[in-house]
Design a protein around this ligand. Sequence first.
Ligand SMILES: *Cc1c(COP(=O)(O)O)cnc(C)c1O
Length: 499
Amino acid sequence: MDVPLYLRPRVDPPLASLLRAQTFLHSLVDALGSPLNVLLPEVVAENAARFRAVYRRHHLSGRVYFAHKANRSSALVRRLAAEDAAVGVDVASLAELRHALGCGVTGDRIMATGPKDAEFLWLAARVGATVNLDSPGELEHLADLVRRHGLGRVAVLARLSGFESAAGRGATGTRLLSRRSRFGTPLGEARELLSALERHADAVDLTGVAYHLDTTGVEEKARALEQCVLFMDECRERQLAPRAVDIGGGFGVGYVADAEEWERWTTALSEAVLGVRPPLTWRGHGYGLRNEGGTVRGTAALYPAHRPTAGPGYLDELLSLPAPVLGRPAATLLLEHLHDLHIEPGRALVDQCGLTLARVLDVRPAGEGSGHHLVRLGMNAGDMSLEEHGVLVDPVLLPRGGPAEDEDAHEPVGVYLAGNLCLEADLITRRLVHLPRLPRAGDVLAFANTAGYAMDFHAHHAQRQPLARTVAVEPDGDSWRWCPDEDYWPLTHPGGTTA
Ligand SMILES: *Cc1c(COP(=O)(O)O)cnc(C)c1O
């Protein structure tokens, strides 16, 4: 085989030491089945602390809200509930709100985002959560509910979208807008929203302005942040006094450890699409790229899996970037105005918080003398959906019974990972994955860093295959303790002993 095109995962401690605990991980899969999700609740608290440190460096106050939709786990939300009041939860459904409350997150530490129905609005208002208003219609609905049910005045944020670019108008005279969003009120229509907020001032209190942009572009976010600050100045000319900017999530995660491996693989993908090297993917899938007369066209629908800055580092970069109109760093603008900063990280807050394990069921040649193999796993593409999110990263092979004596004699191999459904499309990867040796039935593959969207977001009951169980683990001397996710409380160590 040519040089193996690895995309090895970034694993920091304690995830790295958990991956070394191969006997423990095998015993968990033996007892609880495949697939299995394993979470490290302590890491979510450490990540929150890293975000808080960036606030401190910039002398900012405000709250870090965990975007619950990234993971359904109780352990993670309970662990965050045990943090101080500067950490909260962003809920996007009635069920997530009920779950956060049941995990011990008090209403004042909850942000309700996304489109909301009457029940969701009522419970959010009842428990004193902040309602991140998705539309002018939602404001009318909420104000009506508050009056009819005699609820207290509700803190609301105005979620904005459709921000203008720095140029304002492009060379052709067309307005350049940031990416379209189905959510929030377009900035151009926000004046009417302000009038409605004044009209409903008996029922709602505008405490801030919000956005969430699904992009990695830091300049686009800096523009949006500045326009929120300018918009808040306009609010103050009215009878409104918002004092917080909520900049949403999207701080990102670096999945692949090595920049060169990522460069090499993406270059090889283009070459394979052009046909100048053998396919790297199942049936020549191009991840959005195509060959048009010898030129690569299209954009790869891939997450930038190696990222030089992500998570708290990305927040730091955003806050340090000069605002396009006012020229001062975003953090300075916030400080000058005495505004609080709220953030809603999902993926970045659960970075390094867990892994997903799958048993190898069988291994066979992929056919036609390619030298590649098909590895069928005890999981399906819904159970571990990194691929669905365009995140390409290798699993770690955990051989049954530890490394074999003839381990060094093995050669790297290229494999496709297939799922447990009778469905041609059920591939865990459409990419040829290089492993240091051919797996055997009974081995386990560990997918690192799956806690953000890849564990349970797409899980389903097709073919009555078992849903993954989720366990919380914690180091215990030289060993590890575990308990079911639903039995984890921050006062008990996994395993049952009360601290
Ligand atoms: C999904 C979402 C987030 C979290 O996004 P990440 O990319 O996971 O950080 C935050 N806020 C809102 C409103 C969202 O919809």
